[in-house]
Write a protein that binds this ligand. Structure first.
Ligand code: GLA
Length: 409
């Protein structure tokens, strides 16, 4: 064989390897082009989970109108795992999931929903079950065989591991398994995943776990839980990293788990404005009508799911009162007035005094030049920006508006 021919063959071979590697080295494309919406078992049930809960949750998601509102993933968090078999294949806990994961996935798919699962980059999960360390490709193949659609991947038992490398291994394992799965990094923001996870995953947790309160923090020593406002305050510098297919994850919702109605509405509004995944964390089988209405508010969900995928920015801070703005598709905007305080606060907003500017999306509005119509996404009131906005905000509450227009050129 002449040298030229050998070189051609070699370059063809290398190209082929590059193409193969490349096709392994992609996260599943086309998923989470808007923030993922679903439910997760952890916030409400922790390790008290079984297949019946998952089936009943899928039923409730349909019956309570959550599926119609856009929620689709039913995600099993930690503690579903039993032991690995002699070949190292992970098995579900036989007492809690006796029918197996394939049957559960079939059930959930039969409802038009998708099934998610949880694992960990370390050898053990946070709940002390087998993690995926050293079994990444095998586990991803197992998930694909079961029909799993979503993998949340945690970071316990990870000393000495490099986060980017560990998550990239699982991304590649999922790609190799050949079934599209949303890949959700849960590394609590420790290695600044927003800087590297855009190519690796569809979302990454930005903070330690959420704690079920509006404005508090819980640090029992070994871990920290952050209330709604504490999580919000950690997002300011991260907005430029979010966009279609790669989101800052503010953790699962606590709506319906005991905060006041105003706090729950504010919590839902904040997550929507910040384009965070909306993963419900309450018991869907027994929620109140008011919780159901908060979780299914179409206007608020539409802000979260807006196809532009721009995370809100804070445009005004006046004591406990803050204003956030989110540019929306079609020249529209969402605005949120947030009362952080536990006292009522008055909003007197003169639109003409502030030009709304977002350098990131290169959008701006000068309300002196342009009048927008607004609609209040919670109370359904309407108005326009030709007159001052006046409202009294209850403690820990929001006013959330969609601005459409211009009403006049
Ligand atoms: C970590 C995660 C939580 C949850 C638990 C499960 O704390 O951040 O969201 O998955 O582990 O053990």
């Amino acid at each position: 064989m002449n040298t030229k021919r050998t070189a051609q063959l070699l370059s063809g071979f290398l190209l082929c390897i590059a193409a193969c590697c490349n096709s392994w080295a992609q996260k599943s494309e086309g998923l989470a082009s808007t923030p993922q919406m679903g439910w997760n078992s952890w916030n409400k049930f922790a390790c008290e989970i079984d297949e019946r809960l998952i089936r009943e949750t899928a039923d409730a998601m349909v019956q309570q109108g959550l599926k119609d509102a856009g929620f689709q993933y039913v995600n099993i968090d930690d503690c579903w795992q039993g032991q690995r078999d002699a070949d190292g294949n992970i098995q579900p806990d036989p007492k809690r999931f006796p029918s197996g994961m394939k049957a559960l996935a079939d059930y959930v798919h039969g409802k038009g929903l998708k099934l998610g699962i949880y694992s960990d980059a370390g050898a053990t999960t946070c709940g002390g079950r087998p993690g995926s360390r050293g079994h990444e490709y095998q586990d991803a193949r197992t998930y694909a065989r079961w029909g799993i659609d979503y993998v949340k991947y945690d970071w316990c038992d990870s000393p000495g591991l490099n986060a980017e490398a560990a998550y990239t291994t699982m991304r590649d394992a999922i790609a190799k398994a050949g079934r599209p799965m949303v890949f959700s990094v849960c590394e609590w923001g420790m290695s600044k995943p927003w800087e590297w996870a855009g190519k690796v995953a569809h979302s990454w947790r930005t903070t330690p776990d959420i704690y079920n309160c509006f404005d508090c923090e819980f640090s029992p020593g070994f871990s920290t839980g952050l209330g709604v406002l504490r999580i919000l305050d950690k997002q300011a510098s991260l907005r430029k990293f979010a966009g279609p297919g790669h989101w800052n994850d503010m953790d699962m919702l606590e709506v319906g788990n005991g905060m006041s109605e105003d706090e729950d509405r504010a919590h839902m509004s904040i997550w929507a404005m910040m384009a965070s995944p909306l993963i419900l964390g309450n018991d869907l089988r027994s929620m109140s009508e008011s919780t159901r209405r908060i979780l299914t508010n179409p206007g608020v969900i539409a802000v979260n799911q807006d196809k532009l995928g721009v995370q809100a920015l804070r445009v005004l801070a006046d004591g406990p009162l803050e204003v956030y703005a989110k540019p929306l598709d079609g020249g529209q905007w969402a605005l949120m007035f947030l009362n952080r305080s536990n006292q009522a606060a008055d909003v007197r907003h003169d639109w003409k005094k502030q030009v709304l500017v977002d350098d990131l999306s290169q959008r701006s509005v000068d309300f002196k030049q342009t009048i927008y119509r607004w609609s209040d996404l919670w109370s359904k009131k309407t108005g326009d920006t030709s007159t001052k906005l006046e409202a009294r905000l209850a403690p820990h509450s929001v006013l959330m508006l969609r601005l459409s227009g211009p009403a006049k050129p």
